[in-house]
Each structure stands twice: as structure tokens, then as C-alpha cells.
Design a protein around this ligand. Structure first.
Ligand SMILES: NC(=O)c1ccc[n+]([C@@H]2O[C@H](COP(=O)([O-])OP(=O)(O)OC[C@H]3O[C@@H](n4cnc5c(N)ncnc54)[C@H](O)[C@@H]3O)[C@@H](O)[C@H]2O)c1
Ligand SMILES: O=C(O)[C@H](O)CO
Length: 331
């Protein structure tokens, strides 16, 4: 069975797959492949090991409908047309859980860094502008004992809530598609509607997946309802906030600050006004970017390939209906 890997991954993981007799071809680059090049490569493979973002849309699925599986190295799967994959009977897996803590760490980092204007202060030093700041110059704000509001209290949101409660004694409120009883029992988290999440959060951190419902959920109207002393954090997907509205909200003082690991578009252009603001911290989508987490993600992806090779169901299957006896699509 032939596997095509779309970007560089650890050699150990390639060798792990080859031990099973899999023939692995790897695009030895860190760059995102053009869709036509990816299609051509996949035409010579049975399984796609997709690394990072890619155009896995209906056109890709139709062109590569022979694939026996697609494994993703991400927990988010908004970059793949899942309905088309299911239509052609292609199982898709993702990498949940193994990256929850590292991504929550990133949200925690952004919460703290933004509250202290840390990235701006560091830039001042680099520019040779370190001066004995006035007693009241560029002050930060405290988060100890404040209220952390989580939009989308799932795996990552729960990890952040645990850290925030343990480290800063923060009170946890959340809005979610369903109640999270573990968070309520463990952390005394309180479920609130979206309006109360906006009005009561001192820090509001976004951890939902990107769906038609969550797209641009944080916009002009939302930011106006947040506290003027609040911090907005997004480590989920850039399109969950409306970026021009976020910029205006910060310029108008409708919210105090923002910390982003995801932006819209990505990469963020260097002339983006957010990068000039002292109360904004931006990271380049590095939530899962640690040695341990990326190795774990690659291993999860490889194990899902081995499952396909063995004729078994993918352990981290995303479109489980692909295994249904009767499903719309290819007979
Ligand atoms: N910055 C990064 O590098 C990075 C890393 C990993 C994940 N992510 C993003 O984080 C997201 C969450 O990952 P996860 O493992 O915690 O997923 P998850 O499925 O465990 O949690 C997502 C939560 O969002 C909630 N949700 C969905 N739609 C909602 C809505 N309309 N209103 C309120 N809540 C809603 C769900 O109920 C769920 O609890 C991923 O989908 C991905 O986009 C980013
Ligand atoms: O969804 C994820 O896992 C991250 O955003 C990496 O793509």
C-alpha cells in the first residue's frame, strides 16, 4: 500500500510505517502544496498523510476518489470537504487530545502576555526604545481572580479552564453546544448564554471549531457587548472573529486587548494594524507546535494509516458514517 505525505514529518514516523511494509513517499518540503500537485501525487498513492492546511475540497475528492483514507495532522477539519470524502467512501481521521494541552498553554500564554502588553514591551527593547517608563505608562491589567469566559468548552477549552483556575483562581463561565458536566463539577464552571458570556467575561477565550454557525460569531455587535476592560483570545480559527471589527473595537476602546494565535487571513500581513497595537499579541498559529505534540500528532496519523492497511476502522475517524452499510455515494 502506498502512502503520500504532503510535507516533512519526523523520519521515525516514516520508518514506523515502512516497518509494516507500507511504501512511503514524502514531499520533502515545509510548504503547502498547490492543489494540482497534491492531486497528481495522490493519484500514485492509496492513502494521503496530509500535513497542515491544504485544499481538500470537492474537486480534490473527485480527482482522488480512489483513496483508501486521508489522515490529517490537526484536530480541526474545516479545510476538508467531509461530505465529499464520505460520498466517495474515503475515511478521514484527525488528531484530537494529543494537542489539547499545548494549545491551551498557548491560550494561557496569550492571556498573560496580552494582559501585560508583553509583546509590545519586547518590541520597544528591540527598537532601542527601552526607557524608564513613567509610573503610569503602558500599564497592564491583572487577571487574578477575574472571570474567564470560554466559547466552546471542549477538550482544549477545558484544559485552559483548569490552568486558569489553578494558576489565577479565575472564575469560569462558558457557552457551548451542550453542558460540560466535567467542567461544572471539577471547576465549578457555569454555563451562560452567549450574551452573558460577552458581558461577564474579563477574558473571553475562543475554543470552538469553525462552522457556518461560529464563523464571524465575534463581530462589531459582540465586541460592543464585552467589557471595555476585557481581553479577547482566539486560538481556534481566525474566521470565528471578524478581523476588521476586532481592529475597530480595539481602536474604539470597546475591549481592552486581544491575543491571537489564529488570524484571518493567515499568514497575517505585516502591515496589519493589530501588529502595531501595544495591547495586542499575535502568534503565527503555533498552538500545537512543540516537539512532543507534533511527534504525537504524527504518530496518531500513522496509527490511523496502519488501521486502514489492516482493513480496520480508523481509531480517530471523523466521518464515521463512511463505515455505514448504506450511505450516499459511490456504490
Ligand atoms: N491554534 C492551534 O494551533 C489549534 C490547535 C488545535 C485546535 N485548534 C482549534 O481548536 C478547535 C477546538 O479543538 P478541540 O479539540 O477543543 O475541539 P472540541 O470539539 O473538543 O471542542 C470544540 C467545542 O466547541 C463547541 N461548539 C461548537 N459549535 C459551537 C457553537 N455554535 N456555540 C458554542 N460552542 C460551540 C463544541 O460544543 C465543543 O465543546 C479546533 O476545531 C481547531 O479549530 C487550534
Ligand atoms: O486544528 C488544529 O489542530 C490546528 O489548528 C493545526 O492545524
Amino acid at each position: 500500500m502506498k502512502v503520500f505525505v504532503s510535507r516533512r514529518i519526523p523520519g521515525e514516523v516514516i520508518r514506523f510505517m515502512e516497518q509494516y511494509g507500507l511504501e512511503v513517499t514524502c514531499n520533502d518540503s515545509d510548504e503547502r502544496m498547490q492543489q494540482n500537485d497534491l492531486i497528481e501525487a495522490c493519484k500514485k498513492a492509496d492513502i494521503l498523510f496530509n500535513v497542515g492546511s491544504a485544499d481538500l475540497d470537492a474537486r480534490f475528492m473527485e480527482s482522488c476518489q480512489h483513496l483508501k483514507g486521508i489522515v490529517l495532522t490537526s484536530v480541526g477539519y474545516d479545510h476538508i470537504d467531509l461530505n465529499s470524502a464520505t460520498y466517495y467512501g474515503i475515511p478521514v481521521s484527525n488528531t484530537p487530545d494529543v494537542l489539547s494541552k499545548s494549545t491551551a498553554d498557548t491560550a494561557f500564554l496569550l492571556m498573560l502576555a496580552t494582559s501585560r502588553k508583553a509583546f509590545y514591551q519586547a518590541r520597544q527593547i528591540e527598537k532601542g526604545a527601552w526607557k524608564n517608563n513613567g509610573f503610569l505608562d503602558e500599564l497592564g491589567i491583572e487577571i487574578n481572580g477575574k472571570t474567564l469566559g470560554i466559547y466552546g468548552l471542549g477538550r482544549i477549552g477545558l484544559e485552559l479552564a483548569k490552568m486558569a483556575k489553578d494558576a489565577f483562581g479565575m472564575k469560569i463561565i462558558y457557552n457551548n453546544r451542550s453542558r460540560n458536566m466535567e467542567a461544572e463539577q471539577l471547576l465549578n464552571a457555569r454555563y451562560v448564554d452567549f450574551g452573558e458570556l460577552l458581558s461577564q467575561s474579563d477574558v473571553l477565550s475562543v475554543h470552538s471549531n469553525l462552522t457556518p454557525e461560529t464563523q464571524y460569531r465575534f463581530n462589531r455587535d459582540s465586541f460592543r457587548k464585552m467589557k471595555k476592560t476585557s481581553i479577547f483570545i482566539n486560538t481556534a480559527r481566525g474566521k470565528i472573529h471578524h478581523e476588521p471589527d476586532l481592529i475597530n473595537a480595539l481602536k474604539e476602546g470597546e475591549i481592552w486587548g486581544a491575543g491571537l494565535d489564529v488570524t484571518d487571513p493567515e499568514p497575517m500581513l505585516p502591515d496589519n494594524p493589530l501588529l502595531q497595537m501595544s495591547n495586542v499579541c499575535v502568534l503565527p498559529h503555533i498552538g500545537s507546535a512543540t516537539i512532543e505534540t507534533r511527534m504525537a500528532m504524527a504518530n496518531v496519523a500513522a496509527h490511523n494509516i496502519i488501521a486502514v492497511f489492516r482493513g480496520e476502522k480508523m481509531p480517530q475517524i471523523v466521518n464515521k458514517e463512511v463505515y455505514d452499510e448504506v450511505r450516499p455515494g459511490k456504490i
